[in-house]
Design a protein around this ligand. Structure first.
Ligand code: IMP
Length: 395
């Protein structure tokens, strides 16, 4: 297949940035299709860490074209800052194409989010209020700045003019460009932000973001014509969530704190501590059916090293019945009891392991159990933050 998508299967923070950066060698274009700078995609190359909030995670590849589709909401100040940071770092960087139809996050949106986002535990980046304005047909799009001589905030016009003058940036119709790329037989990778359970339609509503991180968001958020994509689901070897809302396999107490500290589980955007828990298979089965997943990538397997026992939730008990799929009703979610299967842990350092066969037998057993339960092949396994700390397993 020529085109692929990297989709978060949990509540975001699955390590999609690293996976996109790793895969980008196989693609000519990388496209963000939803969310905004609430995302924090981390790429580590030669001990240097880059966090992309708005820019696609292939920005460090100078031979790539990075696109921001119309489904993304843009804070021009953040965009300017991210581009400036790359320029100052002196690293080679990709060309950037912005959809003229992107809605703009304005200071009033951020102000409103800071005032009202607490109930959900939003990132306070103005995401919800911007999408609200878009749906209410009173938003401001990038193309609206074209004819403006003055605009409150005036600074945004300056950022816009700066972008237009930047030789590595183009603003235009994203769907037309994607069409041209397909005619030229270029390979396109779509980069999901957030995760399946944060989707406004399919997630743990109302504890969700205001966009569509699931695969359907690609078509709406870019104008890419419906095609079969290879859909790669990204899953952390355990589960995390930042912000409020249900989390059936959450681990409270010492073990939860251990995972948070060992995994560096603090929001890449807000610095907030993430809630941690065991891997939840009903969530993965749900992500598979919503997104039509073709494979899985497991990240941060190295964080589980050193545990005596690792648990996996295989289903939920609801009264006397067993449920295998994540339910939508929050009242039901409060009543379910996770059913756990325990696996022996491993003590060996796996961070330098290069292939599946070299992994400790307990780790292999853990991964094979995930494959069996989800009926999905695991293609990549992350064993550390660096680009090279990735094992290719099944092709
Ligand atoms: P918002 O997207 O800022 O409106 O936040 C809504 C919910 O989505 C909150 O629970 C956030 O913590 C969560 N969220 C938004 N973006 C991300 C992300 O990139 N990773 C993890 N959680 C996120």
């Amino acid at each position: 297949m020529n085109h692929a998508a990297v989709i978060g299967c949990q509540w975001g923070d699955e390590g999609k940035g690293k996976v996109v950066d790793f895969l980008s060698d196989n693609f000519e274009a990388v496209v963000r299709y939803g969310g905004g700078d609430n995302a924090g995609h981390t790429v580590v190359v030669n001990d240097r860490k880059y966090v992309f909030h708005l820019l696609p995670s292939a920005m460090l590849h100078s031979d790539k074209l990075c696109l921001i589709g119309n489904g993304v909401v843009i804070n021009l100040k953040i965009l300017w800052k991210e581009l400036e940071t790359l320029e100052k770092a002196g690293v080679a960087r990709a060309k950037l194409f912005l959809s003229e139809k992107c809605h703009l996050i304005l200071p009033r949106h951020i102000k409103e989010d800071k005032k009202k986002g607490g109930k959900i535990g939003t990132t306070c980046r103005g995401i919800g209020p911007t999408y609200t304005d878009a749906v209410a047909r009173r938003g401001v799009r990038l193309l609206d700045l074209e004819n403006k001589k003055s605009f409150r905030p005036q600074k945004y016009l300056e950022y816009y003019r700066w972008l237009k003058k930047n030789p590595l940036v183009r603003i235009g119709n994203c769907s037309v460009l994607l069409d041209e790329l397909q005619i030229q037989k270029k390979r396109i990778l779509f980069e999901g932000a957030q995760g399946t359970l944060l989707d406004i339609s399919h997630g743990t509503y109302p504890f969700v973001t205001s966009s569509h991180p699931t695969v359907g968001g690609i078509y709406i958020g870019t104008g890419f014509r419906p095609r079969k994509l290879e859909v790669m689901g990204v899953v952390k070897a355990y589960t995390t969530r930042v912000g409020k809302g249900p989390f059936p396999t959450e681990i409270k107490g010492k073990l939860g704190t251990y995972l948070r500290e060992k995994g560096g589980e603090y929001g890449a955007t807000t610095g907030r501590p993430r809630r941690c828990g065991w891997l939840d298979l009903p969530i993965l089965r749900y992500a598979k059916l919503i997104n039509g997943l073709d494979s899985l990538t497991i990240t941060k397997l190295d964080i589980l090293t050193g545990l005596d026992q690792i648990k996996v939730c295989t289903g939920y008990r609801l009264d006397s019945k067993v449920q295998r799929i994540f339910p939508a009703n929050l009242a039901v979610l409060r009543r379910i009891k996770p059913i756990y299967q325990s696996f022996p842990g491993w003590q060996e350092d796996i961070s330098q392991v290069k292939n599946f066969e070299q992994l400790p037998k307990e780790a292999k057993k853990y991964l094979k159990a995930i494959e069996k339960e989800t009926q999905l092949k695991i293609k990549l396994i992350g064993v550390g933050p660096e680009r090279r700390q990735m094992i290719r397993w099944q092709s």
